[in-house]
Design a protein around this ligand. Sequence first.
Ligand SMILES: Nc1nc2c(c(=O)[nH]1)N(C=O)[C@@H](CNc1ccc(C(=O)N[C@@H](CCC(=O)O)C(=O)O)cc1)CN2
Ligand SMILES: Nc1ncnc2c1ncn2[C@@H]1O[C@H](COP(=O)(O)OP(=O)(O)OP(=O)(O)O)[C@@H](O)[C@H]1O
Length: 209
Amino acid sequence: MGGARRGTAVGGDPVSRDARALRQALRQQRRDTPASERIAAAEAIAQRLLALPFTPEHGHVAGYWSMDGEISLHAWQLRLPSSLIYCLPVLHGDRLRFAPWRPGGALVSNRYGIPEPDVSSADLIDGNDMALVIAPLVAFDAGCRRLGMGAGWYDRGFAFRRDRAAPPWLVGAAFASQQVEAIAAEPWDVPMDAVCTERDTFLATPDVE
Ligand SMILES: Nc1nc2c(c(=O)[nH]1)N(C=O)[C@@H](CNc1ccc(C(=O)N[C@@H](CCC(=O)O)C(=O)O)cc1)CN2
Ligand SMILES: Nc1ncnc2c1ncn2[C@@H]1O[C@H](COP(=O)(O)OP(=O)(O)OP(=O)(O)O)[C@@H](O)[C@H]1O
């Protein structure tokens, strides 16, 4: 494995989806990001996310409760226009759903120990009713392909986006150090419309007919 070095893209072959070791190395590198970098990165990614060409004017937008060293979205959440409703992911059976959350709102811990809004299932929002979803990731490439935690929550939840246009807009969020040369495409993969880091914004190239 050539490269889980900080700040450098991993070169060589496309990242094998079976590369458990690579996933672990990238997660370790993500956890090792120093606090000073995390603080600056949260501000920088907020500016990039707010500047996306397709930021919706109203509706529900999802972030995530960062864990395992993921880049934080609190600065973005704080700066969202009041016409947008911030939501967090909620694991409902085998489905990824969403629920509005504001600081102070009731939370419970999900099966992975990640806090999620404490709401009844009737109040959960389906992925296809969201305007924009920021997806956490372990690695990404410049083509806006995403490697997640390996349980397929986002790929299953947004499978409908493989043959349907946005919305919901899907945006990966990561530290620049999580970029790899190429992620091998799997049939179930749902590419992101963009990936933002503290340093760059990658936009998926629209299909030219
Ligand atoms: N902050 C955040 N929220 C998120 C995700 C995420 O990646 N980050 N998810 C993105 O999908 C969903 C949760 N998916 C997850 C999938 C695996 C693990 C995880 O820690 N797996 C452990 C093994 C845990 C176990 O077996 O119970 C591991 O791989 O070490 C966590 C979250 C929804 N919410
Ligand atoms: N649309 C789908 N329908 C059924 N199974 C799916 C679908 N999408 C993904 N999966 C399954 O989910 C598993 C994990 O996929 P993958 O490794 O791509 O997840 P990931 O993108 O890393 O994780 P996540 O989306 O949770 O962050 C795969 O084994 C795949 O079989």
